[in-house]
Design a protein around this ligand. Structure first.
Ligand SMILES: [Zn+2]
Ligand SMILES: [Zn+2]
Ligand SMILES: [Zn+2]
Ligand SMILES: [Zn+2]
Length: 132
């Protein structure tokens, strides 16, 4: 009889029922506190900021160290909570300082843009000017 199933949440990590009152709800599932850990450093993620990388939770320090996208413009890591623009393998901070035309500096957030190998252009004219 699986009477307990209706009473107690089941841990998605170890597949056992959770009898403690303290557990983590994440990714639509329940976890023992110590079973929802960073895939890289094993730190407990309860109450911490984490990022899913290939379906594995990763703590923010590990994410920044190992997985974070780097801004094509300023070459700094893009914070996982920050707005960013992704195009192919390139990423930018979604800020007027970073997501702008490589030629004239016009901010391209919400605008039409032409990406060329990590550079951005607002128009064919700007692209021609810089590429020729
Ligand atoms: Zn567990
Ligand atoms: Zn970690
Ligand atoms: Zn940037
Ligand atoms: Zn331009």
């Amino acid at each position: 009889r699986h009477y307990c199933d209706t009473e107690k949440p089941r841990c998605a990590g170890c597949d056992e029922l959770i009898f403690s009152n303290e557990y983590t709800q994440a990714e639509g599932q329940n976890w023992h506190l110590k079973h929802f850990c960073c895939f890289e450093c094993d730190c407990v993620l309860a109450g911490e900021i984490y990022v899913m990388v290939n379906d594995k939770p990763v703590c923010k320090p590990c994410y920044v160290k190992l997985h974070a996208a780097v801004c094509q413009c300023c070459h700094n890591v893009i914070d996982p909570e920050a707005q960013r623009v992704t195009y192919g393998k390139y990423n930018w901070h979604a800020t007027p300082d970073c997501f702008l035309c490589s030629c004239c500096g016009k901010c391209l957030i919400g605008q039409k843009f032409m990406p060329v190998e990590g550079m951005l252009f607002c128009s064919v004219d700007c692209k021609k000017k810089l590429m020729s």
